[in-house]
Design a protein around this ligand. Structure first.
Ligand SMILES: NCCC[C@H](NC(=O)CCC(=O)O)C(=O)O
Ligand SMILES: NC(=O)OP(=O)(O)O
Length: 312
């Protein structure tokens, strides 16, 4: 595999899940694979899990990770073609990506959307510029429209925790005070569409994700109807896609509560705002899978890095 920038880069999700479980059972089995190879992690945005679990994955494979916060610490990077660079950007992605490629065998990038310019965000100009101008493989650590390491993690976590052959999985929107990206929701939808699960989405009117992502997946505007017989409730806030980047609703009636989800397992990518997105009683209960989910980030990243290293 050359790059990992989308759930669509997974050729067979079931075999990937089985391989990830093997890695989890014996994380140091491929310690020699990444010897003397360098992984560069470039962050345009904050991170706790991705930053640490991707480094941990690299270390488990014997790689040397190097990390940089691009925003603030590096020179401002210009992405426009033919720009007269007399503003705040000091170097062009053409030089920056080529230079980082000299130091790294794989480059991982986190770059969130603006949520103000839909066309620009959907063009994935930051991630795609790295793919275009770097001479080494690129891994997305969450881009404008997707978070494929998270989506793979979530598929692994559901496979590990299901007691049924075909569980009912519900992706529910929940309230938030900030305008948030669609990336986690999008990649979760794409991952579930590849799995043998009974999958539905529930969100208020005006909050449908891109129809190019949701395709034929049923969308309920009635949350309690969607939750009936749910085995897994995956929760995430996202801003409106149609009224791009806007917050249309903040009241608590879509917050996840124990009453609403009953015995269903609760999932969230984290970070999560307690008692805004989900009440304490859910996160504090045995039904919450969020810590195990975060643990699985290491093994999802390790699987992706292993596949790329094997093809170098
Ligand atoms: N990487 C996982 C989620 C990252 C981001 N969440 C956030 O920005 C939460 C920020 C806050 O709660 O202030 C998102 O929704 O895509
Ligand atoms: N779930 C996730 O990507 O967490 P971070 O934003 O902390 O990396």
């Amino acid at each position: 595999m050359k790059n990992y920038t989308s759930i669509n880069d997974i050729d067979n999700i079931n075999s990937w899940i089985e391989e990830a479980k093997k890695i989890k059972a014996n994380p140091l089995a491929n310690k020699g694979l990444g010897k003397d190879k360098t992984l560069g992690l470039l962050f345009f945005n904050s991170s706790l899990r991705t930053r640490l679990s991707t480094q941990k994955a690299a270390l488990n494979l014997g790689m040397n990770p190097i990390v940089m916060n691009v925003s603030g610490d590096a020179w401002g990077i210009e992405f426009g073609d033919g720009t007269v660079m007399n503003g705040n950007t000091a170097e062009h992605i053409k030089e920056a990506a080529a230079v980082v490629s000299q130091y790294c065998d794989i480059i991982a990038v986190r770059a969130f959307p603006s949520l103000t310019d839909k066309e620009k965000d959907e063009s994935e100009h930051v991630l795609k510029s790295f793919v275009k101008f770097a001479s080494v493989p690129i891994v997305s650590m969450e881009s404008a429209t997707g978070h494929p390491l998270q989506g793979l993690t979530d598929a692994i976590t559901i496979s590990e925790n299901t007691t049924k052959k075909k569980p009912r999985v519900v992706l529910s929107w929940a309230p938030h005070i900030k305008t948030l990206p669609h990336a986690v929701g999008n990649s979760f939808v794409e991952a579930m569409q590849k799995m043998d699960v009974d999958f539905v989405i529930t969100n208020p009117e005006g909050y449908n994700l891109s129809p190019e992502i949701t395709k034929n997946t049923p969308i309920f505007h009635n949350q309690s109807a969607a939750f009936r017989n749910a085995d897994f409730v995956y929760t995430k806030n996202w801003s409106s896609y149609d009224d791009y980047g806007k917050i249309l609703k903040v009241d608590k009636d879509w917050m996840i509560t124990k009453d609403k989800i009953g015995d269903a397992k609760f999932m969230h990518c984290l970070p999560v705002r307690r008692n805004v997105v989900v009440e304490d009683a859910v996160l504090n209960s045995d039904s919450s899978l969020v810590i195990e989910q975060a643990n699985n980030r290491t093994f999802a990243a390790q699987l992706v890095l292993k596949k790329i290293l094997e093809s170098l």
